[in-house]
Design a protein around this ligand. Structure first.
Ligand code: PMP
Length: 401
């Protein structure tokens, strides 16, 4: 496998020191030492609250915290740090949009357009809103190789469609959405576009201005950063109009028992003491990813996907899902073997894959399977991980006759 580079960044990840073949980055990425160190410093010698302290340590922490907001803005091509709202993760970001934008903009009979490959976190919040407001939900189909059928999706955008919400990269199939085309069509019909960037941000250069979407969300923990921290980006004119979804400290301008005025975005959407250390860790993760470069990461993962698909296609009993050019993610099944058994047998040889419905039960129904096994890749994976996956699958087939 000479065409597969040695993953020179593997040594940055303490979790992989024992040569674990970790192929579950789409669930959550392992953390480089630089992120762990940043978290340790933030809880250690640097620790203090943000925004409120009059003492120097708090002022310094506030500066570091707000510097990450600007770093995130740069990272995704946002025009200003004020367009970045820190959340608990993509799930909370989508729920916030559903509540805030839904409450302000949507009325009975309006429609939301999703796709057949969405993660539950881009389905259920809209269903909850449907119940409360009387909305319609439409679902765009996929092409036979598991990409969003963009032509069909565009044809489904109607006069009642107020919001289109799609995954930039599918967490099951790795298929990459043609976001710009969808944005143009949505806008031509007066609809907004939300993009779930969970699986895109760790492996593709994202530029919200070029994508021309209206909302973009992602989670820090899939980007080599900590859990419990995520991002909601929205166009400033939308953020300015959106009502807060939680009340409390830090999101207000003035409070009396008669009336309260709210702070400007992004503070309006960040009630309470924020996840200070999570934000600092996210900043370190972005620095780490930038130090390697997303082009390098994308090229590395493309080679890993190609090698994995080639190796798995060599087994007659293996069914592969998703397009040839999937981004960092390969789902598959071994005929006659439940994916949980595939995962368990692989684990015996130190190969970690995900097995299940991947929080995409409607997509499993469409594929006609209860579950799949999924190998997903990151900066640290190498040719040996793929070889061990292939050896493991051979063993699965042997055990199951
Ligand atoms: N969307 C996609 C495409 C995902 O892969 C995930 C995580 N599996 C989510 C949303 C939800 O992210 P989180 O659980 O970090 O909020």
């Amino acid at each position: 496998n000479a065409h597969l580079p040695h993953a020179s960044h593997r040594a940055d990840f303490p979790a992989l020191a024992n040569d674990w073949a970790y192929l579950d980055t789409a669930a959550t990425a392992q953390k480089p030492q630089a992120v762990i160190d940043a978290i340790t410093r933030a809880y250690g010698v640097d620790y203090a609250t943000v925004h409120r302290g009059v003492y120097e340590r708090s002022a310094t922490m506030t500066q570091s915290f707000e510097a990450v907001r600007a770093k995130v803005a740069d990272f995704i091509g946002a025009a200003s740090a004020n367009e970045i709202v820190f959340t608990r993760g993509a799930t909370e970001s989508i729920n916030m949009v559903a509540q805030a934008f839904g409450g302000m903009q949507l009325k009975r009979g309006d429609h939301i357009l999703l796709t057949a490959l969405e993660h539950h976190s881009n389905i259920v919040p809209w269903q909850m809103l449907r119940g409360a407001l009387g909305l319609g939900i439409d679902v765009a189909p996929l092409t036979p190789d598991g990409k969003i059928d963009t032509d069909a999706l565009i044809a489904m955008i109607g006069p009642r469609t107020k919001l289109v919400s799609v995954a930039h990269v599918s967490n099951v199939l790795g298929s990459v959405a043609d976001v710009r085309r969808i944005a143009d069509a949505a806008h031509a019909a007066g609809a907004k576009l939300l993009v779930d960037g969970c699986q895109a941000v760790p492996r593709l250069k994202v530029d919200v201005a070029a994508l021309d979407c209206d909302f973009y969300v992602f989670s820090g923990h899939k980007l080599y950063g900590p859990t419990g921290i995520g991002v909601l980006w929205a166009r400033p004119e939308l953020l300015m109009r959106m009502p807060p979804t939680q009340g409390g400290g830090a999101m207000i301008e003035t409070v009396t028992f008669e009336a309260t005025t709210y702070a400007k975005p992004p503070q309006r959407f960040e009630a309470g003491t924020p996840h200070i250390v999570g934000v600092i860790g996210l900043g370190a993760a972005i620095d780490y990813v930038n130090s390697i470069g997303l082009d390098t990461i994308a090229a590395h993962e493309a080679r890993l996907v190609k090698a994995a698909r080639t190796a798995l296609a060599g087994f007659e009993r293996v069914q592969l899902y998703g397009p040839e050019d999937s981004a960092g993610i390969v789902s598959f099944n071994v005929a006659g073997v439940h994916p949980h058994d595939v995962g368990t047998i692989l684990d015996e040889t130190g190969v970690a894959v995900r097995a299940g419905h991947h929080c995409a039960q409607p997509l499993m129904a469409l594929l006609g399977v209860p579950a799949t096994a999924r190998a997903s890749f990151g900066i640290y994976n190498n040719a040996s991980d793929i070889e061990r996956l292939a050896i493991g699958i051979a063993r699965v087939i042997k055990i199951f006759g």
